[in-house]
Write a protein that binds this ligand. Structure first.
Ligand code: PEP
Length: 252
């Protein structure tokens, strides 16, 4: 069985300025120094305006960069949008699609998310496809149904363990300090794993499935040790290098 190399990705959302490169640099320096043997890939998704500058400033530091969203088209009359090709050109190797804030604030449907993930693949980017239930859906006992439906609707047919990452992010856990129990996480990730094998075949056994939602230095090791959790998507705690690195250390 192929080993799954974990991924710890930081989603800065609409935070960060050029000066924030200091945080990225500190993460990169640690990965070249004390964390050189870390068994995980490390990625930061800053606002798109910062990707090119961060990419050139990083040099040999092993920090991957990602966009937070992309348009489904490669170019055209779409004012204010950004394409996967543009993110790639700026130095990104991945793009988050279908984050719950995009689904909620911009009404993105799973069909649109799938088109964005296909755009990522077209551009040569890894698509990080986000799914997750709301508090109401969880209370109604619909978590596994919702997650399964979103996964089926959002994942391109041509997804592979190389070009796609799934991020399970319960909406009620994002930015709230609340997290599911490890057992809850285990149950959802096991269901996602079995759906993935069903959807794309044996390759689905190797795809990374991240957990996201209030991952912090003090709960990272517990959450990351749950079966079928292959890394984290981190929001708030990714803004400070020291917090983010403390999470990365779950894979030390
Ligand atoms: C996120 O928005 O992807 C996220 C996980 O946020 P936080 O870690 O702040 O809950």
């Amino acid at each position: 069985r192929r080993e799954i190399r974990p991924l710890v990705a930081g989603n800065w959302k609409m935070n960060g300025l050029k000066v924030s490169f200091g945080e990225v640099q500190a993460v990169g320096d640690a990965l070249l120094g004390p964390l050189a043997s870390i068994a995980a890939d490390v990625m930061i998704a800053p606002p798109a305006t910062l990707i090119a500058g961060f990419a050139s400033g990083l040099g040999a530091r092993p920090v991957l960069l990602a966009g937070q969203d992309c348009h489904a088209k490669a170019s055209g009359a779409h004012t204010g949008d950004i394409s996967a090709e543009m993110l790639k050109d700026a130095g990104a190797s991945a793009v988050i699609v279908g984050h719950s804030e995009r689904r909620a604030d911009h009404g993105e449907t799973s069909e649109q998310v799938r088109a964005k993930a296909e755009a990522a693949h077209r551009a040569g980017l890894v698509a990080i496809v986000c799914i997750g239930e709301t508090q109401e859906e969880r209370a109604a006992g619909a978590t596994l149904d919702v997650v399964s439906r979103q996964l089926k609707g959002s994942m391109p047919k041509a997804s592979t363990a190389v070009n796609t990452v799934v991020a399970y992010e319960p909406v009620w856990a994002i930015g709230t300090g609340l997290t599911p129990t490890p057992d809850d996480v285990r149950i959802v990730h096991a269901a996602i794993r079995s759906d993935l094998v069903h959807l794309i075949g044996p390759e689905g056994a190797h795809m990374r499935v991240l957990y996201g939602g209030s991952v912090k230095p003090d709960n990272a090791a517990t959450l990351m040790s749950v079966e079928n959790v292959n890394g984290a998507l981190v929001g708030g705690a990714s803004l400070k290098a020291s917090d983010f690195l403390a999470i990365v250390r779950a894979y030390e």
